[in-house]
Design a protein around this ligand. Structure first.
Ligand SMILES: CC(C)(COP(=O)(O)OP(=O)(O)OC[C@H]1O[C@@H](n2cnc3c(N)ncnc32)[C@H](O)[C@@H]1OP(=O)(O)O)[C@@H](O)C(=O)NCCC(=O)NCCS
Length: 445
């Protein structure tokens, strides 16, 4: 790598380092990841996240390890769908597999060799009887025996562990108040712990590459889509057939976590080198992300029905001279370029994106947030969405014209520019009396 590339990459990661510092991330990986020859690399990346101030909860799966234990004893499990029925004999295999893998993961997290990226890391890992489980019971006439479901997770105990700067490691087993051990799905454990902790992110490291799923085709460059869209896409028969039952189960846990309040759920493939770091510390990431936070979720493309709501929102700002007046007719003609943010059926924020394809530029305009809903990142959410759309349209620059809000734009990556920097079409209609300032943001940086 050229020194300049290294410096640029490190600088590019800086905003994410700040943003993720002190945040709680739950990372779940299947037992398959631990069988990979490059499993150490994943562990090194996890260690690096910890060093960068992220509070980590790890949840591991153990399916192939259980299969290996069963095979050694000449046993085979009965499956209902993709859920194993765990008999008492099989539970011995589960215990052996979980115990061995846990030790293996703990050992790797304890590596301190200066010759590895773990040099000086000194990670402290904690575990405990945090997961209470109950039996799945008899379903469709089949007793699932020692296969269980999560009943609750001791969230305060895990919070204590994180507060002590330790990594919490959870296995897919739980204990019942009657003293039994139950075999659980790792996805369910990860989803429940992430929801309970109100984690900032839940990350699934999968055996397959989510970037290659058909679902990803609809997400644009950034690989991001709202939970509601993901649910809709996953309901399509084609999508369903293409996914393994394992991946589908994890996806369902991912969606449930999003609905349960985890703002961001990421799916990344174990295969790609450094996928975890690329997904978390670069702009475009390299997997799929489902987002669920209120501001994002409420944004959608405007329709002709929104014209009245947009006019009601922007009228006071037009009267105050902050926004350029738009007639109803003009707005009706331009409505396809608008995004709106809704709350209880009301338009509480809007923005527009007008592409100038010949110049590789797009105008971000008419950004307005209702005074009651300001200072909560809504305009920023609209800007991010506009940037993603502009990139998807192949635009290299975003520009804005403003009289009273230049600092907001500058604080969001725009720089002051001149009228000559605008597309010719826009220069021709520039209003010299209004004296709007020209701001430009480079989307390729
Ligand atoms: C500018 C506007 C869209 C920001 O909406 P928002 O949802 O509150 O924006 P965000 O939450 O993403 O950002 C809020 C931050 O921007 C700052 N900000 C708002 N208006 C600003 C301005 N004119 N100059 C500098 N900073 C401004 C706020 O102070 C706040 O920062 P702080 O909490 O650190 O003080 C909103 O104030 C608005 O609708 N203004 C009237 C219309 C307008 O000026 N549109 C832009 C011209 S096209």
């Amino acid at each position: 790598m050229e020194p300049a590339d290294f410096v640029a990459a490190l600088r590019g990661a800086a905003p994410y380092v700040h943003a993720h510092n002190g945040r709680v991330f739950v990372i779940a990986f299947g037992g398959e990841a631990a069988l990979r020859p490059d499993f150490d690399r994943l562990i090194y990346d996890i260690a690096l996240l910890h060093s960068l101030g992220v509070k980590l909860v790890l949840v591991h799966g153990v399916r192939p390890q259980i299969e290996a234990q069963l095979a050694a004893l000449g046993l085979a499990s009965q499956f209902v769908g993709d859920l194993r029925v765990t008999s008492a004999a099989e539970m011995n295999c589960v215990k052996a597999a979980v115990g061995a893998l846990r030790m293996d993961i703990e050992a790797r997290l304890s590596t301190g060799l200066a010759s590895t990226p773990m040099g000086g890391a000194r990670l402290k890992v904690a575990g405990g009887n945090w997961v209470t489980a109950r039996p799945v019971g008899v379903r469709n006439g089949i007793d699932h025996q020692l296969t269980g479901e999560v009943r609750r997770i001791d969230i305060p105990a895990i919070r204590d562990v994180l507060a002590q700067d330790r990594i919490a490691l959870l296995s897919p087993v739980g204990y019942s108040p009657t003293g039994e051990i139950f075999n659980l799905r790792a996805g369910e454990v990860a989803q429940t712990v992430a929801t309970g902790l109100e984690a900032d992110k839940l990350i699934f490291v999968l055996d397959s590459d989510p970037d290659q799923w058909q679902l990803a085709d609809e997400t644009g460059d950034a690989g991001q889509l709202p939970i509601s869209d993901a649910e809709r896409l996953l309901a399509r028969p084609l999508e369903n057939q293409a996914l393994s039952s394992e991946d589908r189960a994890l996806l369902n846990s991912a969606l449930a976590a999003g609905r349960g309040g985890v703002a961001r759920v990421h799916l990344i493939g174990a295969e790609a080198n450094g996928a975890l770091l690329r997904e978390l510390y670069t702009r475009d990431g390299c997997g799929l992300m489902f987002y669920a936070d209120e501001n994002y979720e409420a944004v959608r493309e405007a329709t002709i029905e929104d014209v009245g709501g947009i006019l009601a929102l922007i009228k006071p700002m037009e009267d105050a001279g902050v926004l350029v007046p738009r007639s109803r007719e003009q707005l009706e003609l331009e409505i396809a370029y608008f995004d709106v943010m809704m709350r209880d059926g009301l338009v509480i924020a809007c923005s527009a994106l007008f592409p100038f394809p010949q110049n590789g530029m797009a105008e971000f305009s008419c950004v307005a947030v209702h005074p009651d809903y300001r200072r909560a990142g809504r305009a920023e959410a609209l800007l991010k969405r506009a940037e993603a759309s502009a990139r998807q349209l192949g635009m290299r620059k975003l520009f804005a014209l403003t009289t009273q809000t230049p600092h907001w734009f500058i604080e969001h990556g725009f720089s002051l520019a001149t009228i000559e920097d605008l597309p010719m079409q826009k220069q021709r209609i520039y209003n010299y009396q209004r004296k709007s300032l020209v701001l430009v943001k480079d989307l390729t940086a």
